[in-house]
Design a protein around this ligand. Structure first.
Ligand code: ATP
Ligand code: MG
Length: 215
């Protein structure tokens, strides 16, 4: 028996997953915000949590270094679903993927004109698919953060980014033009582990499922 390993990222995903962990009797014994440990024991001796970067969660689970993980729909779409099963939408860390531009930029005309739209984003696959489905030709510019800056300094016409309150857009005089998709975090499970260790993993999925906030 090797036990179950659950991959989580610090911040909102960890915080919002906590009630689900409690429901499954796997409350972590340390807080990753104050502890520097990357492997955290839980109330159950056979279950541990590993703390990884949000974008790395699918990688750990795909390779079986973690059996389960929690990752945003954004991260999962960018990573691809190889070797992963997504049994549950946990309805946490909710926000929206949006197209936004500077105040005064005529997005509708830019799209209609047929000229190439310059799109800056961390979410290159999601953005590519979104504009391809609309028949809009784009030049994609990959960024790793501070997307809001790009339209302000002429790097791009629009950005594709996650928006929750809209406060960051507003502070930078940007306007959301279009919703790409709603985003929430999903439970992801290693496909082979789900088959081979069903008796250990299924009850955890059931506990999470029973503890979700109603849709
Ligand atoms: P970092 O901020 O350290 O670069 P990150 O952006 O990957 O890392 P978080 O900001 O913690 O990590 O986001 C983790 C996940 O939470 C994202 O993948 C997304 O699904 C969701 N998320 C991101 N921003 C928001 C938001 N403003 N409101 C709600 N959920 C969000
Ligand atoms: Mg972030």
């Amino acid at each position: 028996m090797t036990g179950i390993t659950l991959a989580l990222s610090k911040g909102r995903i960890f915080e919002e997953t906590m009630p689900l962990l409690e429901a499954a009797g796997i409350r972590p014994l340390e807080d990753p915000e104050s502890s520097r440990k990357l492997i955290i024991a839980t109330e159950r001796p056979d279950v541990r949590v590993v703390i990884v970067r949000a974008t790395d969660v699918p990688t750990y689970v795909q390779h079986g270094a973690a059996d389960l993980g929690v990752a945003g729909r954004d991260v999962l779409l960018e990573h691809g679903g190889d070797g992963l099963v997504q049994p549950l939408d946990l309805r946490i860390a909710r926000c929206r993927m949006m197209v936004a531009c500077a105040e005064g930029f005529d997005y509708a005309s830019a799209v209609r004109s047929g000229a190439r739209l310059r799109v800056a984003t961390k979410y290159v696959s999601i953005a590519r698919e979104h504009f391809a489905a609309k028949g809009v030709h784009v030049d994609l510019i990959k960024l790793y953060g501070s997307m809001e800056l790009a339209p302000l300094v002429g790097l791009a016409d629009v950005i594709v980014d996650l928006v929750s309150t809209g406060g960051t857009l507003k502070a930078n005089k940007l306007v959301a033009m279009e919703e790409v998709m709603p985003i929430s975090s999903r439970l992801v499970v290693n496909r082979a582990a789900l088959k081979l260790r069903r008796t250990e993993i299924d009850p955890i999925i059931q506990c999470f499922s029973g503890a979700l906030t109603p849709a």
